[in-house]
Design a protein around this ligand. Structure first.
Ligand SMILES: C[S@@+](CC[C@H](N)C(=O)[O-])C[C@H]1O[C@@H](n2cnc3c(N)ncnc32)[C@H](O)[C@@H]1O
Length: 384
């Protein structure tokens, strides 16, 4: 297969439509799915019982599987906005077979950016959809318009730093493409290659081939939208409520709060910046790093990301060499304070070098257990 990858003009929708891929399909039974959702909602400060009789708007629901949990708490209405026909068909099927219970279901097929609605909603959800849009900040401001005063906005974030482990995995794609004769063969060889990694991750709630298509083969638009960026873009009307992972503690005295804003956005920004490096490795015990180290790391992960873009367009050896140099520098920076992560990157360096030399059954060692906190969640209350 030709290793240069096509670009798609509309983030997500074009690729999912071309492949007939419905994102968000969960392999778990509803009990397990609901336990996970309850845990997530708790991180985000959403009490499920308080969804009863509320109006919920969900942007980019994919298969609609996550909405089964929301619907089980009897909101008055769930309004979906989704751009993919296949996803809309999956949601309609759930509605028609009564899986959303008695709540009213609205479905709008179309581009989120063009969506208009006079209604304001108690809860607005947008998961797995903002990082990767052409302009994540404008996109977030658009969807935030639909939150009623006192209501909640839930979004997801991802950064080049939190995605370093995915970036390392994605750049093997051209190597496998050049050895595959068809898309099916490519998917199978990538599933075989990444099975030790996915097994080590555990708790993977979708099929490995769906993961390969969505995370490895899916062309990414530039992905960068941090919790810090979302706090800043929303700070004229919203205050942060919660996040997953939780990183914020707030010891301010409630009686000292007056006016619309409590100052929590500023405190959250400070904690986020200090702890940001912990997003690199989901096994890491959170620790505050000096801001200069975070800055150095951010620059190296930014250039790793740019090399990833260049490589997927044009897999030249010089880009792989640069990428490997970059990995060595990152590993060196971490050796004292995050030794497991440093070792994982060293093993990756060896594994990728072997792969480039045609050794396909190479062992990536500790790298298989290295996964970043790729996607984070954050929630916001509209205070103004
Ligand atoms: C990565 S999937 C996330 C699905 C689900 N929310 C989840 O978290 O698993 C992104 C979803 O948003 C939809 N989407 C992305 N951009 C969109 C846009 N501009 N307009 C409409 N739908 C969009 C895609 O079709 C897809 O269903």
């Amino acid at each position: 297969m030709n290793p240069s990858n096509p670009t798609f003009s509309k983030s997500f929708i074009d690729y999912y439509s071309a492949k007939g891929l419905v994102p968000g399909v969960q392999n778990d039974d509803n009990l397990r799915l609901f336990q996970r959702r309850r845990g997530l909602y708790s991180h985000l400060g959403i009490v499920p019982r308080l969804l009863q009789d509320r109006k919920v708007l969900e942007f980019g629901p994919g298969s609609g599987d996550y909405a089964l949990f929301t619907a089980s708490h009897d909101p008055q209405l769930i309004q979906f906005v989704e751009g993919s026909n296949d996803c809309v068909a999956s949601i309609e099927e759930k509605r028609d077979s009564g899986q959303f219970g008695s709540c009213e279901i609205g479905i709008h097929l179309g581009d989120i950016l063009e969506y208009e609605d006079p209604e304001l909603y108690d809860v607005v959800l947008c998961e797995g959809t903002i990082p990767g849009q052409d302009d994540p900040l404008a996109f977030t401001r658009h969807i935030a318009k639909f939150v009623a005063p006192g209501g909640v906005l839930v979004i997801t974030n991802a950064t080049r730093l939190s995605l370093l482990s995915d970036v390392c995995r994605r750049i093997v794609l051209p190597i496998f493409q050049s050895h595959a004769n068809s898309e099916d063969e490519l998917i199978q060889s990538l599933v075989d290659h990444f099975t030790p990694d996915l097994d080590a991750l555990g708790n993977v709630s979708r099929s490995y081939s769906n993961w390969v298509m969505d995370i490895i083969i899916h062309p990414w638009h530039d992905i960068q939208f941090s919790i810090a960026e979302s706090i800043e873009i929303l700070s004229d009307q919203f205050e942060i409520l919660g996040s997953s992972p939780r990183f914020l503690s707030d010891w301010s005295w409630y009686k000292a709060i007056d006016g619309d804003f409590s100052g929590i956005n500023e405190r959250a920004l400070k904690s986020y910046r200090e702890l940001e490096l912990s997003l690199l490795d989901c096994r890491a015990v959170p620790q505050a790093f000096p801001l200069e180290t975070v800055e150095e790391f951010t620059q190296l992960t930014n250039s790793a990301y740019q090399l990833h873009d260049a490589l997927l367009q044009n897999p030249e050896e010089k880009y792989y060499e640069e990428f490997l140099k970059n990995i060595k520098l990152l590993s060196g920076l971490l050796i004292e304070r995050m030794p497991d992560t440093a070792k994982a990157l060293q093993d990756y360096h060896q594994g990728l070098s072997d792969l480039l030399n045609g050794k396909f059954n190479t062992d990536f060692g500790e790298f298989c257990s290295f996964w970043g906190r790729g996607q984070q969640y954050s929630s916001y209350i509209r205070v103004r």
